[in-house]
Design a protein around this ligand. Structure first.
Ligand code: SF4
Ligand code: SF4
Length: 348
């Protein structure tokens, strides 16, 4: 029996969910959830663990990642305990547990800390532009180098240790025995989750959201590839240029719908947006839009007289790469993929 943390429910409220105490354990939510199975039953179990303060069980569990937040359980809950929101908050809390730096937890719990980080990075970009005498060619060269270096550094310094911690909490510490060949044969689950999110299709009434998410992931990864490896802002190749316009447009057009849905709050999944949710969709929108506009201004030969646009784009890029990717909601993309892979490893 693991240790009880009587303050766990209070702690979790800082990650967004504060209605789960209304739960009277009827089980409607689990019966409603189309992703819950006999072998992996949720969300009621997670609510029980939360109210009982079974922090160790939650840390070792991958179930919060099996939820794709369709919101059905929250709609059907007779006590309005919002179990879907609880699962989302548990994902934020787990992200904070995996992160060895502690910065994810700080960002999730403290809006002033997040705003301070955004302001500091903005000041850093302005100082860099000033030091470069606003030389556009130099700024673009450094901006391009920054992207490549940031990806490699964050992967090595943040993500690899955090995924190792996730593996330790969910596989090693609970003493789950996994033969090596299963690590290899289950790898397909990781890639299918990362690129296709196939399981989300089983969520009720979710086809359009799945499609939007699918093309957004493809658009985002393609934009990353085009700017980092094909040097989109400097390329002479027409095909690369057109491809860059296409993928950046996909990113900002799809995210308009995401922002719109969160503002309208019609669906359960959009009714409790936290600052981290807003940062993710707004910054993704701004990244696609400012990248598109920067290349357009280059092609129209008006970028020199509009250097502010590139400085704005660089600010968004730096904030995205140093705040949202390593410590914000972007991490869901990575942790969910590993969670489904680890869940496959745990299958008997
Ligand atoms: S969260 Fe709602 S539906 Fe689920 S067990 Fe509790 S009261 Fe029932
Ligand atoms: S939000 Fe959807 S997927 Fe998540 S637990 Fe509720 S019903 Fe299941």
């Amino acid at each position: 029996m693991s240790k009880v943390n009587p303050k766990f429910a209070t702690e979790l409220k800082k990650y967004g969910s504060d209605d789960f105490n209304a739960c009277f354990n009827c089980g409607n939510c689990t019966a409603t959830c189309s992703l819950s199975t006999a072998d992996s039953s949720f969300p009621r179990e997670m609510i029980r663990y939360t109210t009982l303060g079974l922090e160790g069980e939650i840390k070792a569990s991958l179930k919060p990642w099996e939820c794709y937040y369709c919101g059905e359980c929250s709609t059907e809950c007779p006590r309005e305990a919002k179990p879907g929101e609880l699962m989302m908050s548990l994902r934020r809390w787990l992200t904070a547990q995996y992160d060895w730096t502690g910065l994810s937890g700080l960002m999730y719990k403290s809006l002033p800390a997040s705003i301070t980080a955004f302001i500091l990075t903005f000041v850093g970009v302005l100082a860099f532009a000033f030091n470069s005498n606003f030389d556009l060619e130099h700024m673009m060269h450094v901006g391009h180098m920054f992207e490549a270096i940031a990806i490699g550094t964050i992967m090595v310094v943040i993500f690899i240790p955090n995924i190792a911690r996730m593996w330790y909490f969910t596989i090693l510490q609970p003493k789950v025995k996994v033969p090596f060949k299963k690590y290899v044969s289950s790898l397909g689950e990781f890639f299918v989750t990362m690129f296709v999110q196939k399981r989300a299709l089983d969520c009720d009434d979710n086809r359009f959201r799945w499609f939007e998410h699918f093309i957004l992931v493809l658009g985002y990864l393609s934009l990353l590839f085009t700017t980092v490896f094909l040097d989109w802002f400097s390329t002479e190749y027409v095909a690369v240029n057109i491809f860059g316009y296409l993928v950046s447009a996909i990113v900002f057009i799809v995210t308009i719908d995401f922002v719109n849905s969160r503002m309208k709050k019609k669906k359960a999944m959009n009714q409790n947006s936290q600052p981290s949710d807003w940062f993710f969709v707004v910054w993704l929108f701004l990244m696609g839009l400012t990248a598109f506009m920067t290349r357009l201004f280059i092609d129209l030969d008006i970028i020199e007289s509009n250097k502010w646009l590139y400085i704005f784009h660089l600010t968004i890029l730096v904030q995205w790469a140093l705040i949202i990717v390593p410590f914000g909601k972007w991490t869901h993309f990575l942790y969910r993929s590993f969670a489904m892979y680890f869940a496959k490893l745990k299958e008997k």
